[in-house]
Design a protein around this ligand. Structure first.
Ligand code: PLP
Length: 512
């Protein structure tokens, strides 16, 4: 096994290192840290020549192989997992690149061609298959009366991530998934996307309460040692290493596509990424450190701008200066409405390791100290050397709702009809502020516009030729005619949820 195929925690970076399987199944490290590879794989000089004509799937295989030992998943098995994961995408390129403005060297990387029309599918389709693969292997050879290894995935959603997780895990053997959403507080399309999945292992709970109630209940279930052990709770949240890994592929793939589109071997590319939990852009950081010649990675935030403030000050602080409470601002790009960005810890580890410490252990101690400080005081200030080093690779911006709407309109007009979603518009706005005709800008398009109809309507209502109905894919129009499966939880109460989970597991035929 190479070092890049073994994993350590950002908070206790000592050996023994973990396998990929343990890393993926555990999600979060016991120390509260996040798993990172013991080394970032660096590419041979001839990788460009070797990889530039590969399909998305073949490229994914090359990249994943650097971080997964064949002794854990054989080459044939990994190829099969990848093929299955991306067979659900509607575009042959999986993540195609669109030209927005050739003259000003501005491109859009469309990440929304998966089953739920959002970028999280790229990772969660793969993660679902991985879970199933690991469990099947643990259960191989077991008889009918043996206890099977299983996973009960529990999560809360304000709308967007729930459906991607459900589509990733639907119909997977030995996995059940329970997704809690606040009743009547998610958009109709998002509600339908979740509740029309009627597979036996998928359970939607509509909780009478708000999103915070749902999240608190999920947290308390994970803290409930007895319940957790009994049902082997699992999470598919964005801190899982497999999700980051799966997202590295499209940085390479889009770079190669650009080389071909421009017929040039000499481009200076900047990726602009609408950012919430810092997972998507972190994958770009790994790509860059592996050797992909990315000039800069640009964080685009909405009013929840903790990362933008960090890059401008070196202070990582939960509270927004404009607010008097530690509250999330509700914006038109809700999937980026966060107070802190959980994956940012991983980047801080690399910066601390390179700027401040002479060992992994020491870097882990810095992270431990900073994260405790963040938790207790709500903020942490990093040394100037850390900020300066980060700014060599990153830049940032924050975009208001008004600007988001303006940009959806401007792009519609400029392109004669191309519609972007509000998350994408945050990245596009950030790009438009910077286009210089010299650097090539690739903005990541993270969702299909039909998922966020309110913002799109707000921007385009009254335009000639515009009708939201035309934006809706047929698959969305059909949702309301499909049967639904959802359990209403009458009160935001942990015990009610526990009882409902056990009841529905029994209904699934699971013995515990
Ligand atoms: C999750 C999400 C994001 C933010 O991605 P992170 O990895 O959390 O930074 C942006 N746009 C959409 C549509 C999303 O669903």
């Amino acid at each position: 096994m190479t070092l890049s195929q073994q994993y350590l925690s950002t908070r206790s970076s000592s050996e023994p290192y973990l396998s990929f399987e343990a890393t993926v199944l555990r999600g979060l490290a016991p120390s509260g840290g996040l798993f990172i590879p013991a080394e970032i794989a660096s590419l041979q000089d001839d990788y460009l020549e070797k990889w530039k004509d590969l399909s998305f799937q073949d490229l994914a295989f090359e990249i994943f192989s650097l971080y997964i030992s064949p002794s854990e998943i054989s080459a044939a098995e990994l190829k099969q997992l990848i093929a299955r994961s991306y067979s659900t995408f509607r575009d042959d390129a999986v993540t195609p690149l669109t030209v927005l403005d050739e003259q000003r060297k501005f491109y859009l990387l469309e990440l929304f061609h998966g089953p739920t029309y959002a970028f999280k599918d790229v990772a969660l389709q793969f993660v679902g298959n991985l879970f199933e693969f690991f469990l099947q292997r643990k259960n191989a050879g077991k008889g009918e009366n043996d206890i099977r290894d299983r996973l009960t995935v529990v999560g809360a959603t304000s709308g967007d991530t729930g459906s991607a997780a459900i589509y990733g895990l639907r119909n997977k053997k030995d996995v059940s998934i329970f997704i809690l959403h606040p009743l009547d507080k998610v958009s109709p399309i998002q509600e339908l996307q979740m509740t029309t999945v009627t597979d036996a292992n998928v359970h939607n709970f509509a909780v009478k309460g708000n999103f915070d109630n749902c999240q608190d209940i999920v947290k308390s279930l994970f803290d409930d040692v007895e319940f957790n052990q009994k049902h082997h709770l699992g999470a598919v949240n964005s801190i899982n290493w497999a999700r980051i890994l799966a997202q590295i592929t499209y940085y390479f793939y889009s770079y190669f596509t650009l080389l071909k589109k421009t017929g040039s071997g000499n481009i200076s590319v900047r990726y602009v990424v609408p950012t919430g939990n810092f997972g998507d852009i972190l994958a770009g950081f790994y790509a860059k450190r592996m050797g992909l010649p990315i000039d800069k990675l640009i964080v685009a935030t909405n009013a929840n701008d903790i990362l933008d403030r960090f890059w401008k000050s070196g202070i990582y602080e939960m509270k927004r200066p404009s607010s008097d409470a530690d509250a999330v601002a509700e914006t038109l790009s809700p999937a980026m409405d966060i107070l802190i960005s959980s994956n940012f810890e991983r980047l801080l580890w690399y910066l601390a390791r390179e700027q401040l410490s002479s060992s992994n252990e020491e870097a882990g101690q810095y992270i431990q100290k900073w994260m405790i400080e963040l938790k207790t005081t709500g903020k942490v200030t990093v040394p100037q050397s850390v900020l300066d080093a980060g700014l060599k690779e990153f830049a940032s911006d924050s975009v208001s709702d008004e600007q988001t709407v303006e940009t959806i309109k401007a792009i519609y007009e400029f392109t004669s009809g191309y519609i972007i979603d509000p998350h994408t518009a945050v990245g596009v706005t950030t790009s438009l502020r910077r286009l210089d005709g010299h650097h090539t800008y690739v903005a990541l398009s993270t969702a299909h516009p039909a998922k966020f109809g309110d913002a799109v309507d707000q921007a385009l209502k009254g335009k000639d030729e515009y009708s939201f109905d035309d934006v809706l894919p047929d698959a969305f129009k059909a949702l309301k005619y499909l049967p639904k499966k959802v359990t209403v939880i009458e009160k935001a109460d942990k015990e009610l949820v526990k009882a409902a989970i056990e009841q529905e597991l029994k209904d699934e035929g699971i013995v515990f």
